[in-house]
Design a protein around this ligand. Sequence first.
Ligand SMILES: [Mn+2]
Length: 370
Amino acid sequence: MLKIVHTGDIHLDSPFSGLDERRASVRKTELRGTFSSLMTFVRTEGVDILLIAGDFFDRGFVTRETLAIIQREFSRVPDCRIIISPGNHDPYVPGGLYARVKFPQNVYIYKDPAFSKFEFPEINCDVYGYAFTGESLTSSPISKTEDNGRIRLLCAHADLDSPASPYAPVTSSQIALAGFDYAALGHIHNPPALSESDGCIFGYCGCLEGRGFDETGVKGAYYIEIGDDGKKSVRRLPFAKRRYESESVNVSGASSSLEIKERIKQLIRERKYTDNTLLRVTLTGELLPTLVISPETLADGIDEVFALEVRDETSPALNIDYLDSDPTVRGAFYRELKGRLADPDPAVRATALRALRYGLSAMAGENIVD
Ligand SMILES: [Mn+2]
């Protein structure tokens, strides 16, 4: 039986720039830790082939610390063949990272955009692939493979079924007809489920750890077993230390920031989010124009999750049209903002709304700091 792990889009040394310095530093360490967890699985399960389908690194460099971990982890599994297919974030370039670093002997890296294979007759398997050698690869390198009786795998960074994509526009039918048993793809971080066609299972593994609110859910890798009779089984393995989640809360009718804060806490309780979650909460609904909220301070003191980002997308409650005919400075102020309150750009609307709230509160003699 052949044991395979399919990963990719690990993006080691990602800056996690969406977080404050302390949390970013924690996440950088955790990302390396998740990679180590994956390698522990490879070691303890006796995995034969580890496929890394591109974007192993986030950029064209690696920190000394990360490199030391990679070298150590790869050296600890000398019997596992590690195949790396450089992607658009970590292309194979002369003098670049992949060319300079001396990896252990069990590491195989494609160097060329041309379709090629690494042969492993001792385990009756060939692994096909190619390398990005720059930020883009505008045509599909995949062609039909020859049946030599071995199991045929693909390890590639590609943009499936996007004909105009500059990131290796490979098609599902090319993959299905090429003769692979399993095609391990990288590039899409939030992938759909794997597909199956003409005896080939193929698809994306997604990223190993989420790095932002566009990468939600529990991230991980695939573990594939191919029996001597050709029977395949695929299992999803959740490796990520933490997950990103995005929620919206309707805060219509809330009369104070405290009340809004309570609704956020209630959501966290209901969804059972804990310290392993980075949460974005978008506030929706209608609020009194005089209620001034500050998304930054709303997140203060809510420590149930690892990180909380609050976004204000509320709109002014009640009919504020009366301000249109208000002869006082309030009316003049409203009319000044009116165009921007209806702007197609939500960011412009949000700013105008905050300005309206601050202005009306100030004119009412209220404390505008909540
Ligand atoms: Mn990627």
